[in-house]
Design a binder for this molecule. Structure first.
Ligand code: MN
Length: 509
């Protein structure tokens, strides 16, 4: 039987208040889930709920987020009401639990073109990055126990994990979580490919391990000669899904992939990183074009390290150099920033405003609704905001050199968008102020051109009705119907307006 101590022991320096909160949430959730079982037949609370809470503690999250993790399935799966949670734990924890519950209702339908919208919907719906992190921890345990889930559900959950959850973990810089989600989902999403790549990885990593052991020995000696002894040398084997993706990019040619296994060196300071790089390049010739200084130029998700690939007597070897802080950051990403904030602000008693800089990243209609007056926007000093977050937040005005990642976050992501559902649950994202006409054209130009009416949330509505976030819209068409000049008055998207004008011109000639 799990106890609350198992969770508390994973936390950094919890206060008495933190412990009390967790004990209360533990007892509350245990009672709510009593008799409730997993597909595996195991008790729901002891396996699933406790595992989610432990994962959050491992990420370094604060007591409120872990408490929300303990309570995350109570509203959805038990008799527990919102009011009961609010009375026992207050508004902030209720808000987190409600957010996780809402996210649980969004379903991935395997439509390529909607993946990006769905990711945005996730981020927008969660409103607070802590909601997203609880949901990711929840998904991690679900994917690790996927073999017990009925077959017909497995593939959908696995694909959803690969298309939505893992990319979100990646954008949040949570490398360890991203990898665990991917490698857990891969066998259920693409069983044949998984078997093949798993074999390849096994062969190759065995071969590489031996090579790395020899290189490690030689390097350790050389570093010691230079007075560098406070280091950790480890091997990291590439995740099986990540290898699969890379193989797809390299025409499935295994000989083009040098980083199946890499040597990782963790040192105490940035200066030492460069010193170690110098020593390595003095010993072995680096491969041109393979030196990447992510310390001076971090990846947009915050990742920092120096990567180099060198030619040793044992063959080609990738080496990664980083400090302990960078290592922690590479594993837990944004979670390490939040937990720090949650603690430091909590002690000063102004909880709630600490995540302001993150809320600023969310689309406006979602952002301000939840803020209490004292948490209204204020200027944040630049030292409070991690650099990469600032960079992302500025992305819409700044177009210089931040590559693909930012390109994908730019534009729509931070603008005023609403998310509209088809009756099947597919998501279409549209600008604020859009009408059923915009929605119709977003689905298909034929549907737009012949739209005759709309049902919004099952109610007949006129085509000029302004849609609200979360509306379910069904467009009715009639073959005889045609676009009119009037439509231009309420069509918001460029696409709809272009089609309407084209149709009107066709009419005239
Ligand atoms: Mn759950």
């Amino acid at each position: 039987m799990a106890t609350v101590k198992d969770i508390i022991s994973l936390m950094h320096d919890p206060s008495d208040e933190d412990k009390k909160l967790l004990e209360q949430a533990f007892t509350f959730a245990e009672k709510a889930h009593s008799g409730h079982k997993r597909y595996s037949g195991e008790p729901y609370f002891d396996t699933h709920v406790v595992s989610v809470a432990k994962t959050l503690a491992t990420f370094g999250m604060g007591a409120k987020t872990i408490a929300a993790g303990l309570l995350h399935d109570t509203i959805e799966d038990t008799e527990t009401t919102d009011t009961a949670i609010q009375e026992a734990f207050g508004d902030e924890i209720l808000f987190l639990v409600q957010g996780v519950t809402k996210l649980g209702k969004i379903r991935y339908r395997g439509l390529e073109r909607h993946t990006e919208s769905l990711m945005k919907l996730f981020v927008a719906t969660s409103q607070d990055i802590r909601v997203l992190i609880v949901k990711l921890a929840d998904r991690l345990h679900n994917i690790q126990t996927l073999e017990h889930v009925p077959k017909e559900k497995q593939a959908r959950i696995a694909l959803e994990t690969l298309e939505i959850y893992a990319p979100i973990a990646d954008r949040l810089g949570m490398g360890a979580l991203k990898r665990d989600l991917e490698d857990g989902a891969f066998p259920f999403a693409y069983p044949e490919e998984y078997e093949k790549v798993k074999e390849l990885l096994k062969e190759k990593s065995k071969e590489n391990e031996k090579q790395l052991e020899k290189v490690t020995k030689t390097l350790k000696k050389e570093l010691a000669k230079n007075g560098i002894t406070d280091i950790r040398l480890t091997h990291r084997i590439k995740g099986v899904y990540s290898l699969y993706r890379k193989l797809e990019r390299k025409e499935r040619d295994m000989s083009k992939i040098y980083d199946v296994a890499a040597l990782r060196i963790i040192v105490s300071s940035v200066a030492e990183c460069y010193q170690v790089l110098g020593i390595i390049h003095g010993m072995w010739r680096p491969l041109p074009g393979k030196i990447k200084d992510y310390i001076a130029l971090p990846k947009p998700n915050g990742y920092q390290s120096i990567h180099t690939t060198v030619l040793t007597s044992e063959g080609v070897t990738e080496i990664q150099i980083r400090t302990r802080d960078m290592h922690r950051n590479a594993q837990y990403g944004i979670a390490s920033h939040i937990s720090y904030k949650e603690q430091s602000y909590g002690k000063r008693g102004s909880m709630g405003s600490n995540l302001q800089w993150l809320r600023q990243l969310l689309p406006h209609p979602f952002r301000l609704r939840t803020l209490t007056p004292e948490a209204r926007p204020r200027e944040y000093s630049t030292t409070e905001i991690p650099g990469w977050i600032r960079e992302v937040a500025r992305a819409h005005e700044n177009t210089s050199g931040t590559e693909e990642y930012l390109a994908s976050l730019k534009g729509d992501f931070f603008e005023h968008r609403i998310f509209i559902f088809t009756p099947n649950g597919d998501v279409i994202d549209l600008p604020v102020g859009s009408t059923p006409i915009d929605f119709a054209y977003a689905i298909h130009s034929d549907i737009g051109d012949h739209a005759s009416g709309a049902r919004i949330n099952n109610k007949y509505s006129s085509l000029d009705t302004v849609l609200k976030n979360g509306d379910i819209v069904e467009v009715e068409t009639r073959d005889s119907n045609k676009p009119s000049h009037k439509w231009l008055e309420f069509a918001k998207t460029t696409m709809a307006r272009r089609h309407i004008r084209a149709a009107l011109e066709r009419e005239q000639t």
